[in-house]
Design a protein around this ligand. Sequence first.
Ligand code: ADP
Ligand code: MG
Length: 677
Amino acid sequence: MPHSLPANLQKVTLGKLAKLGIHNRFDLVLHLPLRYEDETKVVRIAELQPGESQQVEGEVTHCEVAYRPRRSLICQLQDDTGVVHLRFLNFYPSQQKQLAVGKRIRALGEVRMGYFGLEMVHPKCRVGGENAPLKQALTPVYPTTAGLPQATLLKQIHAALQELELTDTLPAEILARLKLPAFADSVQLLHNPPPHVDEEALLQHAHPAWLRIKFDELLAQQLSMRVHYRKRRNRTAPQLPGHGHLSSALLKSLPFALTNAQQKVWSEISHDLTQSHPMQRLLQGDVGSGKTIVAALAALQAIENGYQVAFMAPTEILAEQHYLKLRDWLEPLGISPAWLSGSLKKKDKTAACERIASGDTLLAIGTHALFQSQVEFKKLGLVIVDEQHKFGVQQRLALRGKGSEPHQLMMSATPIPRTLAMSYYADLDVSVIDELPPGRTPVVTKLVSDARREEVFERVRNACLEGRQAYWVCPLIDESETLQLQTALETHATLSEIFPELRIGLVHGKLNNSEKAQVMAAFKANEVQLLVATTVIEVGVDVPNASMMVIDHAERMGLSQLHQLRGRVGRGAAHSLCILLFQTPLSELARARLKIIFENTDGFEIAQQDMQLRGPGELLGARQSGVPMLRFADITQDAPLLNYARDMADEMLRDHPEAARAHLQRWMANKPDYLQV
Ligand code: ADP
Ligand code: MG
């Protein structure tokens, strides 16, 4: 490794560096300061500004251990212009000695108004400091970990800066066009800012040097996605032209016509399937936008060509619902889908697998059981993954490995803001259904404090007695499944007492498959009027007659979860109501979340605001952890840079492939999996 860390570093130090993600000398170069300390000048005490980190010099005029407000060493430092207090909460007797009355001290720390007037807590002190020369540059303060002193980091980083040849990976012509500084100059400046640098711009990450680093990072991300995308285009997949006899028969049999948006995405998908390289398309559409019918049409186009289709959903409830719906749609066309889930009896599973292997089954619908090793498709042409964000990256990769290369359609109702999609799904083609089918009445959302629970009971009772149906979503208990189950059982018992006149069902994650199916069927048939449910109903469940939903302890749920849950109502013609019951007092974050869900119905808008509230990492969720997150760039703030990076990635791959390779090598060397995917 040309850039490996110096051989003389101790093992403990190496361990600590690794903890910070530093594995080679280039990582050291990219270990950028959190902030800076200004030791380039000495400020007169009278001119100290609370809130700033400043350096003063003076004589100790008083030093004692105080006991109020808590035990601390208080030292009074005086210059010609005034007095400042230095305060130490933990201190050694030796420190006390160093700060004895009469000593001259140079102290650096954050100034604030304290108990004794202007003070610095735990300043950096230098005894006899007035003779030391002032620093020529701001002193960087690095993010570190316990036991790794700033001085060690600083020494290693500065050595790496000296020794590494930091040639620019961007062609000069591109740099000039983007008006960005050279890479080497940028890192030098960030680690050793010159005396008159715009410190505010450094702290805000808005300095051109910062822009360069962020641009490089975004460019590497875009390049790797584009490379990945191109690789895939070089692989082969079966060409599946649309003969149209099955898909048009299905369209004719439907009681509705496709919306324009459905039409548009369907033609994009249909076109992809005719290509000789595998489709990798993400179909996005808000809850209720009608993705399932589009998936069914895609399946038919593959089947028209004699190929098999696998349709996978993340939960049993959802997979079964798809199975029932597609069976209704396709049986009249002479196609019987097969059902495969983990909870099937062994005998039934074996039978299903045999029919899949022999090619008798053209459409297999199920949970991820579809992709376990014993399932072998004879002639798999298309894989459809519903609610793809619920699957891990690993599962997605397993899909690719199966048999020859099938086309892939991934669907998601978790709307992803445009910048996030551009950034993290740059390797996919994206189709968006951006309108809802006609005839829906928007869901009215009400925020109700738990103190008014009784009124909510009344509304539920009235709605059900009028022939409508309702969901009661149990509080979310994140820490324990047992507690979650207990909560669901208790809620069901309580509500059964409150509503003796209603038929109440219960569905939760611990029911087995046929029990779940039974409850859902009863709810669909209006035999159950009020369905008490855990968040298992979050994805996909479609019962149009249900027009009311109560979400208990809504403050515990995430925004996308609330949006998904709310999407279960408002599917029929009746006016729908979603009541978010919340417990007071609300935390700041919970209040902000509820406000967003109350004010917005558009999933994309909600996702955008969610991203601003929590950052993109949270939004993508831990499940996406196979995707390396950005360290420096922030796609909410750096959207313009992201746009440049995307355009530049294409240009570099076309006109400067060598530079593109060097850039990827520099930025992705630690992430070989990511380079391949
Ligand atoms: P999602 O995109 O959330 O998966 P679904 O596919 O479950 O949505 O569709 C929601 C409901 O809308 C279903 O009952 C479906 O039959 C119905 N639907 C789909 N497309 C249309 C349309 N163009 N016109 C009317 N109803 C539609
Ligand atoms: Mg769906």
